[in-house]
Design a protein around this ligand. Structure first.
Ligand code: FAD
Ligand code: FES
Length: 328
């Protein structure tokens, strides 16, 4: 078992060839900072003082050119443990994992189009997996080695042993196009997870759920959990145009109920009579200063998440009431 000295405190870690250094540290109960798990946000960066790591990606986007020049800055989500290490990183108890992260094989049992470029896939894992509503997994295909991507789990509990994901086709995107075009019923996908700390937490405050584009999956999981607890909430969904509005009837949330969703389009057209504009601006117009009374859960493209958070801060919403996942 490698011994990792973090900020001079030695801890012995169970390392696994299945997992990144980040996962090994999280599974050891360490409050190691992370967000995307895919080498993009840079939050899991550490300074290597001594020891060797195995890099699983050269020059991930989460490292700046300055980091790369220094040569001793690395991303824990893009390394594997190889020896005893001495590292420096700022830990925080809020990152302590509530559920063990596992690697589980699963079979695709259904694929259903939600829009022309948005698909729901349902997986049956070989082993039970538990997660908190709003968490995500890394998905990979053994036929596409070394490629994995993060996807939010769209259901709030394991219904009939199945897990749902809603995946948007990204132009020229490797994995999303692979899911659309190459994955069939009975295909095998590997799940690693659950990850994420923006999960649903019970509170007495009002509840606001916001999903932009593929952020619908995260929003759906939170909404399903709130619904199952009889908790009222407001739900906003932002997409580009009418053709991007999902077939809500495929997204029955629970007990055949479809939640009342306020859809906001960024591009207006003649047939659309609902709100148009930036999602966060419409939310601000509707709720204004009352946003401070809400717990806010949001997910979607990073720019939408950033603009929304800034506008909530401007309204005086405290950061602890804002829970979010940026879909880098
Ligand atoms: C926590 C989290 C949760 C997420 N949940 C979801 C979800 O529920 N549903 C969902 O659909 N997505 C989700 N995502 C996004 C998802 O992980 C993928 O990023 C997305 O599916 C694109 O992957 P891809 O392999 O298709 O695209 P990639 O191949 O990674 O490419 C992404 C884009 O970058 C461009 N690109 C790639 N390489 C380069 C380059 N070298 N230079 C310039 N441009 C480049 C591509 O053209 C493409 O437009 C989530 C992300 C995170 C971090
Ligand atoms: S968690 Fe490693 S770069 Fe985002």
């Amino acid at each position: 078992m490698p011994i990792i000295k973090i900020n001079n405190n030695p801890i012995s870690i169970q390392s696994s060839t299945d997992h990144s250094m980040l996962t090994d540290l999280l599974n050891a109960g360490i409050g190691y900072p992370y967000e995307c798990v895919t080498g993009k946000c840079g939050l899991c960066k550490f300074e290597l003082i001594q020891g060797n790591i195995i890099k699983t990606e050269e020059n991930p986007t989460g490292l700046s050119s300055r980091d790369l020049k220094k040569g001793n800055r690395h991303l824990a989500c893009k390394c594997k443990l190889n020896s005893d290490l001495d590292i420096k990183v700022k830990l925080d108890n809020k990152f302590i994992q509530k559920t063990k992260i596992s690697k589980i094989r699963s079979s695709v049992i259904s694929k259903e189009l939600l829009t022309h470029d948005f698909i729901k896939i349902t997986l049956k894992p070989d082993e039970n997996m538990s997660w908190l509503p709003g968490q995500f997994c890394l998905l990979s295909d053994p036929l596409l080695p070394s490629i994995d991507r993060a996807y939010s789990i769209a259901n709030n509990y394991i219904k009939d042993g199945h897990i749902d994901f809603y995946i948007k086709r990204v132009p020229d995107g490797i994995f999303s196009n692979h899911i659309f075009d190459k994955i069939n019923i009975d295909s095998t996908l590997i799940l690693k997870g659950p990850f994420g700390h923006s999960y649903y937490q019970r509170s007495n405050r009002k509840l606001l759920i916001i999903g932009g584009g593929s952020g619908l999956s995260y929003a759906a999981s939170i909404a399903k959990q709130a619904f199952s607890e009889g908790k009222d909430f407001l739900f906003y969904y932002g997409s580009r145009s009418t053709q991007d509005i999902p077939n809500w009837s495929s997204l029955v949330f629970t007990n055949n109920e479809i939640i009342d969703i306020k859809t906001v389009l960024s591009q207006s057209n003649n047939e659309w009579t609902g709100p148009t504009g930036f999602l966060h601006e419409v939310v601000n117009e509707d709720l204004g200063a009352s946003l401070c009374e809400f717990d806010i859960y949001l997910a979607g493209p990073p720019v939408m998440v950033e603009c929304s958070i800034k506008s909530f801060f401007d309204q005086g919403v405290p950061s602890e009431n804002i829970h979010y996942d940026s879909f880098y």
